[in-house]
Design a protein around this ligand. Sequence first.
Ligand code: 4AD
Ligand code: MG
Length: 478
Amino acid sequence: MFNNRVKISHLLTWEPAQQEVTVMGWVRTFRNNQFIALNDGSTNTNLQVVVELGQLDDAFLKRITTSAALKVTGTVIPSQGKGQKLEIKAAAIEILGDSDPEKYPLQPKKHSLEFLREKAHLRFRTNTFASVFRIRHSLAFAVHQFFNERGFLYLHTPIITASDAEGAGEMFRVTTLPFDHPPRLEDGSINFKEDFFGRSTNLTVSGQLEGELGATAFGDIYTFGPTFRAENSNTTRHLAEFWMIEPEMAFYDLEDNMNLAEAFIKYIIGYVMKHNREDIEFLAGRLAEEEKQLPADKRSELGLVEKLEFVLNNDFERITYTEAIDILLQSPAYKKKKFQYEVKWGVDMQSEHERYLVEKHFKKPVIVTNYPKDIKSFYMRLNEDNKTVAAMDILAPGIGEIVGGSQREERLDVLEARMKDMGIPADELWWYLDTRRFGTVPHAGFGLGFERMVLFVTGMSNIRDVIAFPRTPKSAEF
Ligand code: 4AD
Ligand code: MG
């Protein structure tokens, strides 16, 4: 057996009593030819491995370099130095993999996040990214636990689809046709009958439509998978490939939907606050350092831990779109012409407006409901005023929109009329419309952008830093 190692996170909970132990990991630093700081990714706290002077020859010592991989066997002893309870007195060290210090791109010093984005294949070996990705893992686990506890069924919706769930036309095409000489019809258009699926297909923008098929049989389902959008948005909040969680519930109206979304967000935040305390505190410290560089008026009022606790302990504000527009029109920011984009009933709120509402006006997460029908998707339930739909967006401080959802239009005639108005091809969505033909029920759902949630919880500021290998316009390295 090769692997009988103890993980460092576990070892650090032991009482040192001369136990013999084997650890494996990567060298962070090596001081005075004596003290190795070893990290195995289970925690940011390095394990100190002490080498006795004269124990190893010079040629071997030279190979103990940053990021070299080691297997160390030794005894657990109380630490002589400050800063740690225990350390390992090395009996045997094996170098599993060398790391040439002339070529290894990361130095044991602070690198900028921009620099590390270029080195995304190695950035997990830094404390910041190690914390971010351990938290991301825990959030994903908490998502499944939340829904499992409530009897939701995890439905795997397809990645390749022939429909545009959002009707926004922001899709990546999937094809095996040769693009230099694709087969054409007589009128010159491309003949997709000859394509792999015998029709035109794309990567999914959302699993919702298939999710609705599940909800109208199982009652409560959720999806959790990658979604793809070919929108050319080069911002700190947009990815071309992102992960989305989409619960869909039969026998739910808009209010039930909001209650679930709020409980869900609080649950997953509460989970990481409990299980990832060390990483949250590390990132809180990082953020506080970063904010010191900012002018006083740009700094957050709350630290990361206080912000998360505040969200856990307070109700989200709930307002209608119409109320939101009124607040914006009354705001000092509007009166002083501080908004770049127009504010009036009917416009899609821009991120500057959303951030004003959550960061300046309410200072907490806000759920905005009942948007004008013209700026929302075809499947949202039309309200009695005939002008608005039963939509809800959740806006979070520092992020903007984190959740988008709605009660769905369950009335076949109203849905068909809406689709016609909006130019959505009803014949291609015959299977979706069948749910409204056979046992239709009031139902609702929402989508939580997973990376935006990770941004919120980690206090990171660029979405490229919370997904392992970001896909953005003009960028798909690694
Ligand atoms: O508001 P959206 O477009 O809603 C839907 O896709 C619905 N089908 C959801 C549903 O009701 N089942 O997207 C939902 C969320 C947004 O609120 C945002 O958090 C995230 O997905 N999102 C993105 N995240 C990163 N990059 C992008 N390009 C994103 N577009 C949306
Ligand atoms: Mg949206």
